[in-house]
Design a protein around this ligand. Structure first.
Ligand SMILES: C[S@@+](CC[C@H](N)C(=O)[O-])C[C@H]1O[C@@H](n2cnc3c(N)ncnc32)[C@H](O)[C@@H]1O
Length: 384
């Protein structure tokens, strides 16, 4: 029977349930949601499936040790106990990243430094020399998480975070993270079987993520994973990854419908155009310049309208009052989108009442530091 390893996949706050749902489909076992991620047990092929196919996970971590740690000395002593020589040679580069929660330490850099010192000292003792630190592009990224005095030391199996899909050539103000956009689509019950429209698309993240879901395109298909460079994993992982990549390509399909991306801003339209091309979606996405408050609904098969309107900082000079009238006008305009379900990420508490429609489902999520609600509205049908 394949050995199952304990893994922790990180996720942005509020998206943990969607990650847990995804992990079940990959065959992972003992899935437990935590704040900021999901724990599970998985065999190597399942771990690789997560790296390649997860739309929600940010990082996939393999914990090497958990310790109680007090003071700077505690960090050093804990890190000294981990058999780093199993993972690092004198030729591999490495970096340590630290995250803190309710800890006596306030500087992540200090915590990372103490752990780096211990790794270097242990390897000098075991291997007779030390590997170099490369904070930009290390072969092995060590992640230290200190919650109060509980220290977890893990290896990051993917390297660059998984939201880096490779299609974001150009960005705009306040783009959504790819992983959050995918979570919003999942939370909206999007299965890839209907068209999508985003009338305030910005750089196009929701439409691109949705199109990839509908095409069954594996989000990690074109990227490299850190574990491919580790002697311990690479020999076993590479053939499995090759098979999984081949399988992923064979499962892809051409989109049976078009997606619609609209915005009224020239910079946003330039960004979405470039990103859509980079994502291989130039014929799949229709891009239009339109002001959502005045434009007519598109002439196309109906599906899900999903969007994240501006939160408030950048809409004219009207402040909160200006936002309320914008949301009110938006509600009136979107009522014309007969037959479309609506899913709107609202980051402004004034949104719901000003918008004026009654949501039938709401999901709490965080967009970085901003607490948001994804409000869903059933399709509008008029009589007559
Ligand atoms: C928060 S951003 C959307 C970010 C986008 N989801 C992304 O991932 O890049 C809001 C977008 O709404 C657009 N917008 C604001 N008012 C609009 C209007 N009246 N008509 C069309 N687009 C509008 C802005 O130009 C901006 O691109």
């Amino acid at each position: 029977m394949a050995v199952r390893l304990p893994i922790f996949a990180t996720a942005t706050r509020g998206t943990e349930p969607f990650l847990a749902q995804e992990l079940e489909t990959f065959g992972c076992k003992r899935i437990r949601q935590d704040r900021g991620g999901v724990r599970f047990m998985a065999a190597l092929d399942e771990i690789l499936r997560v790296c390649l196919h997860s739309r929600i996970a940010m990082r996939v971590l393999y914990p090497l040790g958990e310790f109680e740690s007090v003071g700077a000395e505690g960090l050093y002593e804990a890190a000294l106990q981990v058999p780093w020589e199993d993972w690092l040679t004198t030729k591999t580069t490495f970096a340590v990243e630290a995250t803190l929660k309710d800890s006596e330490h306030t500087h992540t850099g200090f915590v990372a430094l103490k752990i780096k010192d211990a790794i270097v000292d242990r390897l000098r003792q075991k291997l007779g020399a030390r590997p170099d630190v490369d904070s930009h592009d290390p072969t092995v990224r060590v992640v230290a998480h200190l919650a109060k005095t509980h220290l977890t030391l893990s290896l990051d199996l993917c390297g660059e975070p998984l939201f880096k899909r490779g299609y974001r050539i150009e960005t705009t103000i306040a783009p959504l993270k790819e992983t959050l956009a995918a979570s919003l689509l999942m939370a909206s019950g999007y299965t890839g079987e209907e068209p999508l429209a985003d009338p305030m698309c910005g750089s196009g993240t929701l439409i691109i993520e949705g199109a990839w879901m509908a095409m069954r395109r594996a989000p990690g298909l074109k990227r490299h994973f850190a574990l491919e460079d580790w002697p311990e994993f690479a020999a076993k992982a590479k053939p499995l990854l090759d098979d999984l990549r081949r399988e992923a390509v064979s499962q892809q399909r051409t989109l049976p419908f078009q997606m619609l991306a609209r915005d009224y801003d020239a910079d946003a339209l330039a960004a979405v155009k470039r990103n859509v091309v980079a994502a291989g979606l130039s014929t799949a996405v229709r891009i239009e310049e339109a002001d959502v408050l005045h434009a007519e609904p598109p002439d196309m098969p109906k599906g899900l309208l999903i969007t994240n309107p501006p939160y408030g900082e950048r809409i004219g000079d009207g402040g909160q009052k200006g936002m309320k009238s914008f949301f009110h006008a938006l509600g009136r305009s979107l009522q014309k989108w007969e037959g479309w379900r609506l899913s709107i990420l609202a980051g402004n508490t004034a949104f719901e009442s000003a918008f004026g429609l009654r949501p039938n489902k709401r999901t709490d999520l965080w967009n970085g530091p901003i607490e948001c609600e994804l409000l869903q509205y059933p399709a509008i049908y008029r009589r007559g």
